[in-house]
Design a protein around this ligand. Structure first.
Ligand SMILES: [Zn+2]
Length: 462
């Protein structure tokens, strides 16, 4: 192993030095067909903060129609934490007018986990290059999705091939979610470090509505979902298990997909648990296989991380499904109740849904009782509507949480393209006449019972 690593090191050193001179040559800086550094460097030489800075600037400069770059803040030593934002910026919203789907990705919490950082880079590179290649599927995704990637979170640690940041804090124990001093190097308090604070600030400022967050590491080969702090299954276990089963079926039956507590080990104050428990996102820690103390890899990165990249493509292209998506198929109103037929097109359940009536003045004038709709399921709800008054210009909306987890955000979605059927009491024939609340049916049932009991008694006597 040692020999292999050593020879790999020298091999890398030779071809990297030979290609290094071309990286910053004037022709490259002028911006030609290459999206960033030459492929041979990208594929074998791990990024430093300097090359991440260079490459992401090239992307943004050469392809502003799909790439913008912003700094989420700076590290302890003042290095920018670059966020690359990829989307088709010629369109602000989706074609139906609704906001684009949001995906958040970060890499490099641990400065010595290079393949995790490279997976974030490779994911960005894939969408940029395929868009340039005219890949229709990718162009469609970028018309409907914004992908934000903070590729190297811990630039100071990366620079000295160190797990921790400059203050010797383990950044993935420093988040404000079940933070504890029991974890080693968790910092002087939750978010004591600028690197984690900036990441959380970015989420809170730009990514509130995200329906996917993947944080990239190396170590055990695993796609881990919450929780780390407890062995309990996450509230949205159905969605996670659906994703697990689909990945096993469609991409790799051997990829471990499970909760982090059991699949890795118990951890507190991680960005994954924060993303799920505080932000309410579907979150994953993607740990690629491990490799440290090497400046690069002999096998190309696209080959080494091909399964991981396929998983990322699957998670991103299906982001629309990672929440509850309620759709009303019929709404029938009678004098005192509403029969509501609801489909959930998403893969997450919701447990606090209600139907609301918004009056002409824009106020929520009526709230139904809460109901649940399971992932990709349908339900028929009978809602008490005694206190509901309909006015001209008012409308119905569904109010619900995107997922079961408490932190999941609430959405209010007006019912569109739905005909509200009004059922007049007088028009009900059989059902109305024999309805339980109807006095005449009470009398009728009473009479029938009386007759039945009398006959039974007669028989008993006879
Ligand atoms: Zn890590």
């Amino acid at each position: 192993m040692q020999t292999r690593q050593l020879s790999a090191f020298f091999m890398l050193l030779i071809f990297s030095l030979s290609s290094w001179s071309s990286i910053y040559s004037p022709s490259q800086l002028a911006g030609d067909a290459a999206a960033q550094q030459p492929d041979i460097t990208q594929e074998h030489w791990y990024h430093s903060w300097a090359t991440i800075t260079y490459d992401t600037a090239q992307w943004a400069n050469n392809h502003p129609e799909i790439v913008t770059r912003i700094s989420a803040g700076t590290t302890v030593l003042g290095r920018d934490q670059w966020v690359v934002r990829i989307s088709d910026w010629s369109v602000e919203n989706k074609s139906d007018g609704s906001p684009k789907e949001l995906v958040y990705i970060d890499g490099g919490h641990h400065g010595n986990e290079h393949l995790g950082t490279e997976l974030a880079f490779l994911t960005a590179e894939y969408y940029i290059e395929e868009w340039l290649n005219g890949n229709e599927e990718v162009m469609e995704i970028l018309r409907n999705t914004e992908i934000h990637l903070l590729i190297m979170l811990n630039a100071d640690g990366n620079d000295i091939d160190n797990r921790w940041n400059t203050n010797a804090v383990d950044l993935n124990r420093n988040y404000d979610h079940h933070w504890t001093t029991d974890e080693s190097r968790s910092g002087s308090g939750p978010f004591s470090e600028p690197e984690t604070r900036n990441n959380a600030d970015y989420m809170n400022e730009y990514m509130i509505d995200a329906d996917l967050y993947v944080t990239m590491h190396t170590g055990t080969w695993i796609l881990a979902y919450p929780w780390g702090f407890t062995g309990d299954m996450p509230s949205d276990y159905e969605m996670y298990e659906y994703i697990r089963d689909t990945l096993h079926e469609e991409i790799d039956p051997d990829l471990p997909v499970r909760n982090a507590n059991a699949g890795i080990y118990p951890t507190h104050g991680t960005s994954r648990d924060y993303g799920y428990g505080v932000m309410g996102y579907p979150t994953f820690t993607f740990e690629t296989d491990d490799e440290q103390f090497l400046p690069g890899t002999v096998e190309s990165l696209s080959d080494r991380l091909s399964v991981e990249l396929d998983v990322m493509k699957y998670l991103i292209s299906n982001v629309w499904f990672w929440r509850a998506r309620l759709e009303v198929s019929s709404l029938v109103m009678s004098e005192d109740e509403i029969h509501l037929s609801v489909n959930n097109l998403g893969r997450a359940s919701t447990s606090n849904a209600s139907l609301q009536y918004v009056s002409q003045s824009g106020e929520v004038a009526w709230n139904s009782t809460n109901f649940s709709v399971n992932a990709s399921n349908s339900t028929m709800e009978v809602l008490n509507a005694v206190n509901l008054t309909i006015d001209d210009g008012g409308y119905f909306q569904l109010f619900y949480q995107k997922r079961v987890i408490n932190a999941a955000i609430w959405v209010a979605e007006p019912l569109e393209n739905i005909t509200i059927e009004i059922e007049e009491k007088e028009e009900k024939s059989w059902l109305g006449m024999f309805g339980i609340m109807d006095l005449s049916s009470y009398l009728l049932i009473w009479l029938l019972c009386a007759v039945y009991i009398e006959r039974k008694n007669e028989r008993a006597i006879g």
